[in-house]
Design a protein around this ligand. Structure first.
Ligand SMILES: Cc1ncc(COP(=O)(O)O)c(C=O)c1O
Length: 431
């Protein structure tokens, strides 16, 4: 297939205006012009099933969210230094979905900002700066937070790398750790290293469902041992729910609830306002007030009335359409279809997921479990040409990443897997 001339022109303009090495998805990038529900349309009018985007959580261009944004934007938009009930109503509803101790919030515009605040909260509470994360994750792009992406660690970084230590990302397929004890021990070891170096231990930051790491298969309550280790050492447990939150796993509103822990700080973003830029940090009042004493924090756009109206509409849509339950039902169906594919295709090594995050790990050989990374890439590109949008992730980038908007249906899942079956049958398993 060759790219339409309009796409070629856009690629050239992007390189000129946004820099030569700005990334795009796919060997032949897609030019979307319209979205509705779980569907996207390109500039030639071709329709695609969106099995990837979690930001349009309640569906692309969801009418309730669009209407809430329009209504508030045509009434008033200021910032949080004026009184407004929109932010209070929203934070009340949001924190009402968590443990009673997590009852205050700061709203931001991105997940990166939320994580940046969380790290500074940990410093404020502990008086120390040592942070621990997994070695195959991503938590955002500020100078501080970008240090958490080990595979991404910048060559320039204001000398902050001394404050960050890493543990092996959990991998239920290659190195099973069914009760989380190995992970807890690894974190304990890095805590000791932080203490030994004089930096001291401030916090462990994890996505409670380890999505960027390839969503390993863990039983409920798996984070309990590591939470104990962190608490015993006087540090904070920060759960980054930017991807795993808002009912994505189909069993709980928050993945930390599924994993059996009450974090000290929860951060969020992406799906929060269906594409309107909203992120947030939820924590205990004591942590928030300590942070505010240390930093005169103000975020011009964070928590503005339009953002809060959009975010509130997302929660209402989730409630009204029972979207967590939908994620559970459709996710179970999806995994059973994937399991059937695994019985037919030797290169599917493992099937994982919960709710509307699911996928399969592709291997060259089931015995050696050698990752089939290039093959996975070819599958994803072939799917794009057949009108199905999804991606890959994990340490070896060989795990299909399927994480659609929450109104995804059984019928949508069947179209995805019928197409995947055809693509797998005709894609050669070469390196
Ligand atoms: C787990 C996680 N945390 C934080 C972020 C950063 O969020 P943002 O791009 O809104 O700054 C991302 C983005 O992909 C993410 O996956």
């Amino acid at each position: 297939m060759t790219l339409p001339s309009k796409s070629v022109e856009l690629m050239e303009r992007r390189a000129k205006l946004l820099g030569p090495n700005v990334s795009t998805f796919y060997d032949e990038p897609v030019h979307f012009v319209k979205g509705e529900g779980v569907w996207l349309w390109d500039a030639d009018g071709r329709k695609y099933l969106d099995c990837y985007n979690n930001v349009p959580h309640v569906g692309h261009c969801n009418p309730r969210v669009v209407e809430a944004i329009c209504r508030q934007a045509s009434t008033l938009n200021t910032h949080t230094r004026y009184l407004h009930d929109g932010i209070l109503d929203y934070v009340e509803k949001l924190t009402g979905t968590m443990d009673a101790s997590l009852d205050t919030a700061i709203l931001t515009c991105t997940g990166s900002e939320a994580n940046d605040i969380a790290l500074r909260m940990a410093e404020g509470m502990t008086g120390k700066r040592g942070i621990i994360a997994t070695d195959a994750t991503y938590h955002g792009n500020t100078a501080l937070v970008s240090q958490l992406g080990k595979s991404n660690v910048p060559t320039v970084g204001f000398g902050l790398d001394q404050y960050f230590r890493f543990v092996d990302a959990p991998d239920s397929y290659r190195n099973p750790d069914p009760d989380g004890a190995v992970f807890a021990d690894a974190v304990a070891e890095q805590i000791a290293e932080h203490e030994k170096s004089g930096v001291g231990f401030a916090a462990l930051v994890v996505c409670p469902y380890f999505l960027n790491e390839g969503f390993p298969d863990h039983p409920e309550g798996w984070l309990k041992p590591v939470a104990e280790v962190v608490r015993k050492a006087g540090g904070l447990l920060i759960c980054d729910e930017v991807q795993s939150g808002f009912g994505r796993t189909g069993t709980h509103m928050w993945a930390h609830q599924k994993m059996g822990v009450v974090p000290d700080v929860v951060t969020m973003g992406k799906p929060m306002a269906n594409g309107h830029p909203v992120g947030g940090v939820v924590t205990r009042g004591e942590i928030l007030s300590t942070f505010r004493k240390g930093y005169r924090y103000f975020n011009t756009f964070g928590g503005n009335p339009v953002s809060c109206a959009a975010a509130m509409a997302v929660l209402q849509e989730m409630d009204d359409h029972d979207l967590i339950e939908n994620a559970k039902t459709v996710g179970e169906h999806a995994r059973s279809r994937l399991t059937l594919l695994k019985q037919r295709y030797e290169f599917i090594g493992d099937v994982r997921g919960s709710g509307l995050i699911f996928g399969a790990e592709m291997v060259l050989d089931r015995e050696s479990k050698e990752p089939a990374s290039a093959f996975t890439d070819r599958v994803i590109n072939a799917m794009r040409h057949r009108g199905i949008i999804h991606s890959k992730l994990g340490r070896h980038k060989n795990t299909l990443k399927i994480r659609p908007p929450m109104p995804f249906s059984i019928e949508n899942a069947d179209l995805l897997f019928d197409t995947l079956d055809e693509v797998l049958a005709e894609t050669p398993l070469t390196r």
